[in-house]
Write a protein that binds this ligand. Structure first.
Ligand code: UDP
Length: 200
């Protein structure tokens, strides 16, 4: 069994290495080979609790390709349910582990979310720390509904291998869910406050 059910949500039982291998394998595929952008949810107990009340978030989680245990609370719950997971797979750590693989196989990324200063600094940091990650575009996370088509078009014109979405939950999960069928990014990950940490 490769998944642990926690309050109705199927969490991946992969540790960091297997999770990163899975994500990276898609970064180097042709987007035309799979029907929708691979959606990764990194879920902490807060997201799970919100998902129990918010139908849209629950739907986004059920249809995501992978839910990783972002938090010791999730790992603890799995242990308690008698269906343990090897380790915590947090969004911020995963982002770095994925970025590290660029030294062997370069890839491109688009950063969507956080305020303009944080977004810009996070993009610079990523490019500086990982010279083989090409930041093809970025956009802050403060926009209204009327600007969404333009953002979607911009991302699709750039066709990033990886789309990092930092709009906070559940906004980021709903955004990815809404667009993933037509989105030309290969993998999209909701990364919460990761740009803030990256920006320092
Ligand atoms: N954020 C954003 N647009 C919004 C709301 C939030 O870009 O409309 C960004 C915010 O600036 C921060 C990130 O989302 O960089 C994560 O926010 P928060 O710390 O609330 O994350 P959570 O822990 O809720 O995922």
């Amino acid at each position: 069994k490769v998944q642990t059910n926690i309050l109705g949500f199927s969490f991946s039982k992969w540790g960091m290495k297997d999770t990163v291998d899975y994500v990276v394998s898609y970064l180097h595929k042709d987007r035309a080979e799979f029907p929708h952008t691979v959606h990764i949810v990194t879920a902490n107990p807060e997201i799970v609790m919100t998902g129990l009340e918010n139908q849209e978030l629950a739907q986004a989680m059920h249809t995501a390709d992978l839910i990783t245990p972002d938090g010791t609370g999730i790992v603890w719950a799995a242990e308690h349910l008698g269906d343990p997971m090897p380790e915590r797979v947090a969004g911020y750590d995963m982002l770095h582990e994925i970025a590290k693989t660029s030294n062997e196989r370069p890839f491109s990324v688009f950063l969507l979310g956080a305020n303009e200063e944080v977004n810009s600094k996070a993009a610079n940091q990523l490019a500086k720390q990982y010279p083989h990650v090409t930041v093809v575009g970025r956009r802050n996370g403060y926009f209204d509904d009327s600007q969404e088509p333009e953002i979607f078009d911009e991302i699709n014109a750039l066709k990033p291998d990886l789309l990092l979405v930092a709009l906070g939950f559940p906004k980021q999960e709903l955004w990815i869910q809404r667009y993933k069928q037509q989105l030309q990014a290969k993998v999209a990950i909701g990364v919460g406050g990761s740009f803030d940490v990256l920006a320092g």
